[in-house]
Design a protein around this ligand. Structure first.
Ligand code: G3H
Ligand code: 13P
Ligand code: ZN
Length: 311
């Protein structure tokens, strides 16, 4: 099956009260682990590539690997640019085989965000590609942008209608208290999300797909394994899974997960290395790493996203 856009995925997800997982990919084993989970549970998938992933693995390699995943699995798979930093990066992905791009103008003043997003939408739509915009700022680190918790700001519901109408975006990422990375809350702080903002956004944008970034749960099992085998990920705290599940039943149609994949993969490799000190064939430790990715994605599909059987 050729790569698809997220249009139908989001229509179905909105109506069905579930979300599609958007998983960050950087190499073959990560892609294969995610796709094996999607095949087993017959789930639609969004595979997303950050600017950092393009720098690490090369645009063409990633596109070909994702095309191979789509061809061999037969699943509906969208290839999405995560946190597109500028028009040129978005254009390069639109011209180079992506079916969806995010333009992240959230750190610009409002009018600049509108103008940049509109420019990307015009180019993308002329080429059959859909666009995700962002309003409000999450805390955390992504590539060159590092937003401290103090500088993070929730999305203002009174802006969303104007933003969507003027830019023509197909989906909107909002900030309701999630954040990037493995340290989402301070030790002792009670994790909470602003469901009131999500609800208000949903009222102002009927039938419109909302995106949640920074949505890893930092599954404790993997943090413990990493720490057991010499890691030092103390105080890592994620978003409770029941909160993400609740968001998925509301207007949230896309949930972004990267850190949980990184933790699962790293835990599997650390464990394998510690228990097999004489092994040095990368296939020996990458196979359990790939299996750990698969297990993590299956868990997300069943527990958080609710998209099993929706491919
Ligand atoms: O939101 C950011 C994603 O986790 C991608 O991270 O920029 O290090 O590839 P990255
Ligand atoms: P996490 O760091 O919570 O996995 O978020 C990933 C993300 O939002 C990618 O855009
Ligand atoms: Zn993100």
């Amino acid at each position: 099956m050729p790569l698809v856009t997220t249009k139908k995925m989001f229509e179905d997800a909105y109506k069905g009260g579930y979300a599609v997982g958007a998983f960050n990919v950087n190499n073959m084993e990560i892609i294969q682990g995610i796709v094996q989970a999607g095949e087993k549970l017959n789930a639609p998938l969004i595979l997303q590539v950050s600017a950092g992933a393009r720098k690490y693995a090369n645009h063409v390699y990633l596109v070909k690997l994702v095309e191979a995943a789509s061809e061999t699995s037969g699943l509906p798979i969208a290839l999405h640019l995560d946190h597109g930093p500028d028009f040129e990066t978005c254009k390069s992905c639109i011209d180079g085989g992506f079916t969806s791009v995010m333009i992240d103008g959230s750190h610009f003043p409002y009018e600049e965000n509108v103008a940049l997003t509109k420019k990307v939408v015009e180019y993308a739509h002329a080429h059959g590609v859909v666009v995700e915009g962002e309003l409000g700022q999450l805390a955390g680190i992504e590539d060159d942008v590092n937003v401290s918790a103090e500088d993070a700001s929730f999305t203002k519901p009174e802006q969303v209608q104007d933003f969507v109408e003027r830019t023509g975006v197909d989906s909107l990422a909002i900030a309701i208290g999630t954040s990037h990375g493995a340290y989402k809350f301070k030790p002792g702080q009670k994790p909470q999300l602003r469901f009131d903002i999500l609800e208000e956004v949903g009222k102002r944008l009927p039938n419109f797909p909302i995106v949640l970034h920074g949505a890893s749960s930092v599954v404790p099992e993997f943090v413990h394994t990493i720490n057991k085998y010499g890691g030092a990920l103390d105080d890592a705290i994620g978003i409770p899974e029941e909160m993400l599940r609740q968001a998925a039943t509301m207007a949230v149609c896309k949930i972004n997960i990267d850190s949980d994949l990184r933790l699962a993969m790293t835990a599997a490799i650390r464990e394998y290395m510690a228990e097999n000190p004489k092994h040095f064939d990368p296939r020996q430790y990458l196979a359990p790493a790939r299996a750990a990715i698969q297990g993590m994605v299956e868990h997300k599909i069943e527990t958080v996203l609710g998209c099993a059987g929706k491919a």
